[in-house]
Design a protein around this ligand. Structure first.
Ligand code: CP
Length: 321
């Protein structure tokens, strides 16, 4: 694995999930792989789980992890080619990224979309510029359109549940839109769709109100419906997430509270496990009764972030050791 920015960087998802579950059983089994190696984790946006799990994963592999909050701890970066830098940005990525390449063996970066200009966001300019100029492997800690470490974690979590309950048949996985008070990126929903489709071991249904269609390049292959009750029928997993509109870009068109998952809605499922990437707005996106109830696996899911990050790091380390 050279970089990790989308599912296209993975040749065999099932094999990667197996490695992650082995790391979960034996966290220090690769503790010499990263000896003498250093990862730089650049954050242009806030994070709790991604930041901590990546640091723990690096430590488990014997690596040093340095976290740098770009724009807070250091200079604000410019990403536009040919920019006349007479505004708020102080340093161009062309100048900064090669230096990261000298300081670190692997670079990881979180960059959110602006939600202002779809073409700019979907061009993934920020992370692509970093890959272009850093000259070392780059891991996405969530980019403008995708969150691959989260999605890999999500597949690990589903597979773990299937093993735990000795399920051999194809599970039904439902991605259900939920209300939110702020326009959020489409990253988690895009990425989850991309990974579930590529994994190919589930019946995958996406449900959302009209006008919340995602980019087809990620959802193609899934069944898409605006009828949430119908989608939930016989579901084994319900992945809850808000996202803003893709077509009329970055907007909130509905905050219909009836889309929030409740125990009543869950009655038609196959006692489905409920997933969410977190953070979650309680009683807006997801009800207390679901989050605090027996079907929620969100804590296990967030715990698995460590094994996803550790697996990706170890796969990259194998190529640079
Ligand atoms: N799910 C996730 O990426 O969480 P953080 O934003 O806290 O890293």
């Amino acid at each position: 694995m050279k970089n990790f920015v989308s599912v296209h960087d993975v040749s065999n998802i099932a094999q990667l999930v197996g490695i992650a579950l082995e790391y979960k059983a034996n966290p220090y089994s690769g503790n010499s792989l990263g000896k003498g190696k250093r990862i730089g984790c650049l954050f242009l946006n806030p994070s709790m789980r991604t930041r901590l799990s990546t640091q723990i994963a690096a430590q488990n592999l014997g690596m040093e992890a340095i976290v740098f909050n770009v724009g807070q701890d250091g200079w604000t970066l410019e990403f536009e080619e040919g920019a006349i830098m007479n505004g708020s940005t102080v340093e161009h990525v062309k100048d900064a990224a090669p230096i990261f390449g000298k300081y670190f063996d692997i670079l990881a970066i979180r960059t959110f979309p602006t939600l202002q200009n779809r073409d700019d966001d979907y061009s993934e300019q920020y992370i692509n510029q970093v890959i272009r100029y850093a000259g070392i492997p780059v891991i996405s800690l969530e980019s403008a359109t995708l969150h691959p470490l989260q999605s890999f974690t999500d597949i690990i979590t589903v597979q773990e549940q299937l093993r735990l309950h000795n399920v051999v048949s194809k599970p039904k996985i439902v991605l259900s839109w939920a209300p939110h008070i702020k326009p959020l990126p489409q990253c988690v929903a895009n990425s989850f769709s991309q990974w579930v489709n590529a994994w190919g071991k589930a019946d995958f249904v996406i449900t959302h109100p009209e006008e919340y269609e995602l980019d087809e390049q990620y959802t193609s292959g899934a069944t898409i419906t605006h009828n949430q009750d119908e989608a939930l029928e016989n579901a084994d997993f319900v992945y809850v997430k808000n996202w803003s509109t893709y077509h009329d870009y970055g907007k909130i068109k509905s905050v219909d509270p009836s889309w929030m998952l409740t125990n009543e809605k869950m009655k038609v499922t196959n006692q489905a496990k409920v997933m969410h990437c977190l953070p979650v707005r309680r009683n807006i996106e997801l009800s207390d009764e679901i989050l605090d109830g027996p079907n929620s696996i969100i804590t296990q899911q967030a715990g698995n972030r460590v094994w996803a990050a550790q697996t990706v790091l170890s796969e990259i380390l194998k190529t640079i050791s």
